[in-house]
Design a protein around this ligand. Sequence first.
Ligand code: HEC
Length: 123
Amino acid sequence: MIDSFKSKSARFPAFALALAIGAFACAGTAQAQSTVDEGRKLAFDRSKGNCLTCHVIKGGDLPGTIGPELVDIKSKYPKREDLVAILHDETLRNPLTVMPPFGRNRILTEKEINAVVDFLQTL
Ligand code: HEC
C-alpha cells in the first residue's frame, strides 16, 4: 500500500515536468509564428515597410520590380545580421541604392526590423 503510493508520487513530478516543458515549447513556437506574421504585415503594409513597391514577394499583391525578387533569402543570407544590416541601411553596401534606409531613417523600429527579418528567413 505504502509502496504503491510512493511510486505514484515519485512519477508525478516527472509527469508535471513533461507537461511544463510541453507547454513551454508550444508557447515558443506560437511566439515565433507571430513575429513572422507581424513581419509579413509590416513588409506588405504600404505605409510601413512597403517592400512590395520594389520587390516581388510570395503572397504579396501588385509588386514592383525595381529591386530583385525576394526568394531563397535564407540560403542567400544565412546570417540574420546581414539582413538586419540591409534593412537598417542598404546605402552602406551600395551608396547608390534606391532602397530606403529603414533603420537609419526610423521608418521601422529595431523591433519591427527584427520581425521583418524573421519573415524574410521564411522566404
Ligand atoms: C524603393 C525601392 C525599394 C524598397 C521600398 C525596398 N527595397 Fe529592398 N532592395 C531594393 C533594391 C534596388 C535592391 C538591390 C540591392 C541594392 O540596390 O543595393 C534591394 C535589395 C534588397 C535585399 C537584398 C536582396 C538580394 O537578393 O540580395 C533585401 C533582402 C531587401 N531588399 C529587402 C527589402 C525589404 C524587406 C523591404 C521592405 C521593408 C525592402 N527591401 C524595400 C529596393 C527597394
